[in-house]
Design a protein around this ligand. Structure first.
Ligand SMILES: Cc1cc2nc3c(=O)[nH]c(=O)nc-3n(C[C@H](O)[C@H](O)[C@H](O)COP(=O)(O)OP(=O)(O)OC[C@H]3O[C@@H](n4cnc5c(N)ncnc54)[C@H](O)[C@@H]3O)c2cc1C
Ligand SMILES: *[C@@H]1O[C@H](CO)[C@@H](O)[C@H](O)[C@H]1NC(C)=O
Length: 746
């Protein structure tokens, strides 16, 4: 078999138009872009720099930078010199897409209150008094030359006032992230291919979606079971119930993208495939959440890691009055979903970062293993799955469970936002009987895409005997609240598996964007309190816009030079099974998802322990440089002139550096944690006052209403949640199928 030599080019995925109303005033824009251009400035040698708009560096420093970049630029770029100079000369705002992307973020994703805070700060910076107080100059930043703008930003990072450090963090992250998504100059220096090398396009399931004609009155349809959300929980439930012979409809807010659109470009992918453009920050901005939102939910963007729930977590859940979790039935469910997705470690080919994780752990005598992948028995050396799987090898719900469901007669509606559950009456025992779902359907545009105005927008009422909520941990509780349920547990008990990243630089090429993202795990530190809390060590996604935003910003030139070394980097996460929780709730103004979460002192200790362990691991793996993303923390640089000593991690210079990290800890408010694992906001409980759903998955105090997504976890799963989630959904939906049969026979 020969691989195609030409990269296959995915279809275009244009974004919806920007809202007409501009979220910022012209003066606020000017200020914001002037700051962004200080984070990502144009850099020129002193002799030719225009110091208003360009950061001037000494001639020799400039030529050192150019040769460093030239050496990094891919060999097949015949003009590495101009690639390097163009990269240095790039400022954030020179690309019109930069402002458009920011505008999208402000107008469409940022909660009103956050937007208001930021725009107020921008206006204050524009007054003489405000400028003096915040920058030390009467002249507002937007009228300052480039070097001064940059030095003001640097000074904020070490300011005594927490809010200034937080402002520094927010503005640098926003600028870095947006620039990385849209800049061609960085891409050229990095040499990251648009599509995984050798990707063979796959053919997906040919879905048919229900369409509705225009109309003023709500369209009413009727079925046995309606499932809200096409993600991991929804997909499994749909298959089981349809195969049991019931009429099933799955509705999904997001749209279906055929595999020939995958992997999407970074700029498009974040917008099309993630909730809120992946821009969801806790109220105190300490924690940032990434959740999938498209056909197939989190399963379309996840990284294939398919781990079964561990014994200590099952025992903890069983001890809360939920014996199912230590039963043979639960194991059957776990095995059934793993079987269907072809989960195994047999075909795993580790990329260098995962190989180093395993080898480093071996050298240190730490417990480690390969992580099974749901890649249907294929090798799948891809790395781009965060933006969708073009080869269809990754067995996400959209290529496994949902097609099975379709073959068994399930019907689908995309672009359907479930607004509320309809209850027809309150029964004698005080329970509310759920009988339908009300929502809004938004069709595609006249070209069959989502970039233009929809042809039809229609209210739809779907009546059903059973209603299954599988909208994910962030949205399911909001839907229950919008429906008038008032159990105070709804939205509480938010677990997120908080993550902190750490990375290293290696002499050799790592090309960390290649290969399975998460194919290994070190579990030596997963139980640090003897109650099942601790940190796992895993490799992470190294696509530029997911990774390079974490590199510390200590100045424009330093940041650009650091970012350019991506091909030599390995990146890892210390991911904690959190004991302490947060809460999800609707924004009081616009109803969008908001959440409170701050990793507790207890959980932070575990994350820190994991981070230090990852540093040791990278030391023994031969890293020439190890860097944290803790603000202002210097990297560890191995002295290349010293011969390797027998000390290993006992190297006193290295130990001194680890002690510096320990002393620093995670300074607040500028440290940021990330999460792709949200769980627990509709937790299962054996008693009504302790949770949202009963041991069968039924919402307490209701009839006919169930939840089957990761929100029902009684606490954090410890492992990556997909398989646990699907197994629980498998079991709950089997129970629902039996219940429906029982009723039919009466
Ligand atoms: C980048 C990334 C990588 C990950 N990698 C892994 C991994 O390797 N292994 C692993 O085990 N886990 C991984 N996860 C986590 C995993 O994807 C989630 O735990 C899992 O998808 C949760 O499933 P769910 O059913 O709870 O919800 P989701 O899969 O999130 O599905 C919910 C769906 O409901 C839709 N929806 C929401 N509200 C409404 C509404 N009102 N009306 C209609 N539809 C609605 C959403 O659009 C979404 O598609 C990853 C997550 C991310 C974001
Ligand atoms: C950024 O670059 C553009 C084009 O090169 C230039 O016009 C603009 O003034 C620069 N921005 C700032 C704030 O220096």
């Amino acid at each position: 078999m020969s691989l195609p030599t030409e990269a296959v080019s995915p279809k275009a995925t244009p974004l919806p138009p920007l809202p007409e109303e501009d979220p910022l005033t012209p003066a606020q824009w000017k200020m914001l872009l002037a700051i962004a251009d200080a984070v990502i400035p144009a850099i020129k040698p002193t002799a030719t720099a225009n110091t208003r708009t360009e950061v001037a560096v000494a001639g020799n420093e400039y030529s050192t930078a150019v040769s460093a970049l030239r050496a990094l630029t891919p060999e097949d770029d015949h003009d590495a010199d101009s690639a390097a100079k163009e990269y240095l000369a790039d400022n954030a705002s020179s690309n019109p897409l930069f402002k458009m992307e920011l505008q999208r973020m402000f107008a469409m994703y940022m909660p009103q209150s956050t937007r208001k805070q930021l725009s107020t700060v921008l206006s204050i910076l524009d007054t003489r008094a405000g400028s003096l107080a915040l920058t030390g100059y009467l002249t507002p930043i937007s009228s300052q030359p480039a070097n001064i703008r940059e030095s003001i930003l640097k000074s904020w990072s070490t300011a005594r006032l927490g809010p200034l450090r937080q402002l520094h963090r927010s503005l640098t992250v926003l600028s870095k992230q947006t620039w990385i998504k849209v800049t061609p100059s960085l891409r050229r220096v990095l040499g990251v291919p648009r599509v995984p090398t050798g990707m063979m396009p796959g053919v997906g399931h040919d879905y048919a979606f229900i369409q509705f004609p225009p109309g003023d009155k709500p369209e009413v349809i009727e079925t046995d079971v309606i499932i809200i959300g096409s993600g991991c929980g929804g997909g499994v439930s749909a298959k089981n119930l349809a195969e049991a012979g019931h009429r099933v409809i799955v509705v999904e807010k997001g749209h279906h993208w055929t595999p020939d659109h995958f992997p999407m470009s970074e700029a498009d992918g974040w917008n099309h495939l993630f909730m809120n453009g992946a821009f969801i920050s806790s109220d105190d901005t300490s924690t940032s959440i990434v959740a999938g939102q498209s056909w197939g939910g989190g399963g379309t963007v996840n990284w294939s890691a398919s781990l079964q729930t561990q014994g200590y977590v099952r025992r903890e859940w069983a001890s809360k009055g939920l014996p199912f979790f230590t039963s043979a039935e639960f194991q059957d469910s776990l095995d059934r979903v793993c079987e269907r997705m072809g989960v195994s470690t047999e075909h795993v080919k580790h990329n260098p970062a995962n190989e180093m994780l395993l080898e480093g752990a071996r050298k240190l005598g730490w417990s480690h293993k390969a992580v099974p992948q749901n890649t249907g028995g294929n090798q799948h050396y891809c790395g781009h799955c965060t933006f969708g799987c073009g080869s269809c090898e990754k067995q996400g719900p959209s290529v496994s469970y949902l097609p099975d469901a379709a073959r068994a007669g399930t019907q689908f509606i995309e672009g359907f936002h479930a607004e509320k559950i309809v209850f027809s009456k309150t029964m004698k025992d005080g329970k509310k009987l759920a009988t339908g779902v009300q929502g809004t359907w938004t069709s595609r545009d006249m070209h069959g895409g989502v970039a233009g105005a929809p042809l039809v927008t229609r209210k739809v009422l779907i009546k059903a005997k059973r209603i299954i909520v599988a909208a994910g941990t962030m949205q399911s509780p909001l839907l229950l609240l919008r429906s008038g349920l008032s159990n105070p547990q709804i939205g509480r008990n938010l677990y997120v598996h908080p993550v902190m990243v750490i990375g290293s630089i290696h002499q050799q090429d790592i090309k960390p964007w290649e290969g399975g993202i998460l194919t290994s795990v070190v579990n030596e530190f997963e139980n640090l309190d003897n109650a099942g809390h601790g940190a796992k060590l895993e490799a992470t996604n190294m696509i530029p816009s997911s990774w390079l935003i974490w590199l510390d910003w200590r100045g424009g030139l330093q940041y650009k030079l650091d970012a350019a070394r991506l091909r030599h980097m390995a990146g890892y996460i210390s991911i904690a099974r959190d004991r302490d929780t947060g809460r999800v709730y609707p924004d009081p103004i616009d109803g969008r998802v908001r959440f409170e979460y701050h990793p507790s002192k207890f959980d932070k200790q575990h994350i820190l322990k994991g981070l230090l362990a990852l540093a040791e691991l990278q030391y023994v793996a031969g890293a020439s440089e190890i860097f944290t993303v803790l603000p202002g923390m210097r990297p560890f640089i191995r002295d290349p002139s010293l011969p390797a000593s027998g000390d290993g991690i006992n190297d006193p210079v290295f130990q001194a550096w680890l002690n510096e990290i320990k002393a620093k800890g995670f300074p607040s408010p500028e440290s940021v944690f990330v999460s792709a694992h949200q769980m627990g906001t509709c937790r299962m409980s054996s008693a009504r006052r302790d949770g949202v759903v009963d041991p069968q998955g039924r919402v307490w105090g209701t009839e006919g209403l169930y939840v089957t997504d990761a929100s029902v976890f009684p606490s954090a799963s410890g492992v990556n949640p997909m398989v646990t989630n699907m197994a629980i959904s498998d079991w709950i939906s089997r129970g629902i199928a039996e219940g429906l049969e029982g009723r039919a026979m009466l």
